[in-house]
Design a protein around this ligand. Structure first.
Ligand SMILES: CC1=C(CCC(=O)O)c2cc3nc(cc4[nH]c(cc5[nH]c(cc1n2)c(C)c5CCC(=O)O)c(CCC(=O)O)c4C)C(CCC(=O)O)=C3C
Ligand SMILES: [Fe+2]
Length: 399
């Protein structure tokens, strides 16, 4: 990212591209969304998620049923426990002695408690890895704000330094598991069609990600120099388009197969515009155009959590069934060894010991910056303290 227009931060160790010089860290903080672990957690969890975000009650009621149908339990916490264990194993394998602590934005263990635990264990400088690959308010800045708020709330401001690894949408460790998944998905859809005597019928690869408000999309990432526009109108969309292309470029069998980027899980008030088309609407259009099979790729997500198992495996696959489309849903990176190794590589980009000097990226957009530019991904909901920004006032070295 050399094209962004920015006021370069004079803070030592951060260059004009937002790259931070390697340091020594005491621990890794695996930071995630969090999810309910029983029926009684569902409503308090949903209140935490939507606090101050203008989500109508009817939407909360509707979403609560997705969790209720699964015993009130989101799969995301178990997935993060598994990811933490897998990262610990990979670190141990490489002889890297960094503990991994886990904290969530919306459910226990909460980030503030994890910071307290880190400080009490004697850690003074930690490096966060989030379960969010792209750039937008929900997937990057909201983490940085929640870290900042947690530092203030715990009184650890000026005592605990918090950095964060870069957004990793185009890191090979994130891309490669999708390459394997799309290859297998394509083969399985083609086999299903062949079994129906439709071996040569048209197939479509559908990349799916979380819809976000158009305003959040437009605010994502840094402004480009000379008023240049991102592909698709925003950094969020551009990152998905480029990453989807990187996946396809690695699959010879996908040559000539049509593909598109679609959105899921829209919430918010109806009059507020969000990214479109919705995956279910897009499936209807494709079926009407004669497409007979789809490979659904959850490109926006790191694990098979509720947004994936409900919105894709329940709703979108039901739409496919109704339309008579052969369909396969590709797995998310989850605890794929290449993904886990990629996360540890991202950590090593930042550590003085075990340093990896070359930052891997599969698209022209990357490698993304370590330290966000001023106001990066800021929406209009007022200022909160952030970490890992050129304008951050908390989580930075004490003067
Ligand atoms: C970009 C993005 C990601 C991907 C990046 C990332 O992975 O972080 C993501 C992930 C997730 N979203 C999740 C759950 C929810 N998201 C909600 C609401 C919202 N998400 C938004 C955006 C995103 N969300 C937005 C703009 C809203 C509107 C309210 C607001 O502006 O904040 C709501 C409230 C109900 C509703 O409105 O649907 C819920 C329950 C879970 C947990 C799943 C589980 O429990 O297994 C995960 C991983
Ligand atoms: Fe969400």
């Amino acid at each position: 990212m050399t094209t962004a227009e920015t006021n370069f931060d004079p803070r030592a160790g951060v260059d004009e591209n937002g790259r931070m010089a390697p340091k020594n860290y005491d621990a890794i903080i695996l930071a995630s969304f969090g999810g309910p672990e029983g029926q009684e957690d569902v409503i308090p969890f949903l209140r935490n998620v939507t606090r101050g975000r203008g989500i109508p009650d009817e939407r909360l009621e509707e979403v609560s049923h997705h969790y209720r149908a699964n015993g009130g339990i989101s799969p995301i916490n178990a997935q993060n426990r598994a990811l933490k264990a897998a990262m610990e194993a990979e670190l141990a394998r490489r002889g890297i002695e960094l503990p991994v602590l886990w904290g969530n934005r919306n459910w226990a263990p909460f980030i503030a408690d994890t910071f307290r635990e880190a400080y009490d264990a004697g850690h003074r400088r930690v490096l966060a890895v989030t379960t969010s690959a792209y750039s937008c308010y929900s997937s990057c800045r909201q983490y940085r704000e929640d870290f900042g708020v947690a530092l203030v709330e715990t009184g650890l401001e000026g005592k605990l330094e918090v950095d964060k690894v870069r957004q990793y949408f185009d890191h090979p460790g994130f891309v490669e598991p999708f390459v394997e998944g799309v290859r297998e998905g394509l083969a399985s859809v083609r086999a299903d069609l062949a079994a129906k005597g439709e071996a040569d019928a048209p197939v479509h690869i559908m990349f799916a990600t979380h819809s976000i408000p158009m305003g959040d999309a437009e605010a994502a990432g840094p402004r480009l120099a000379d008023g240049a526009e991102y592909d698709g109108g925003s950094a969020y969309v551009a990152q998905h388009l480029a990453t989807g292309q990187a996946v396809l470029d690695r699959i010879p069998e996908a040559a000539g197969v049509a593909h598109s980027l679609v959105y899921q899980s829209r919430s918010g008030a109806p009059h507020v515009p969000w990214l479109e088309p919705d995956i279910n609407d897009a499936l209807e259009v494709l079926a009407a155009q004669g497409v007979r099979g789809v490979v659904i790729v959850p490109l926006g997500f790191v694990s098979d959590h509720m947004e994936v198992i409900w919105d894709l495996d329940t709703e979108a696959l039901e739409t496919c069934g109704k339309l008579g489309l052969a369909a396969a849903r590709v797995p998310t990176p989850g605890v794929h060894q290449k993904f886990v190794a990629g996360l540890v590589d991202l950590v090593c980009e930042r550590t003085a010991e075990h340093n990896i000097a070359e930052r891997a990226a599969t698209t022209q957009l990357g490698p993304w910056m370590d330290v966000c530019f001023p106001n990066c991904c800021a929406n209009r909901r007022g200022e909160k303290p952030t970490v890992a920004g050129m304008d951050s006032t908390v989580g930075v070295p004490a003067p």
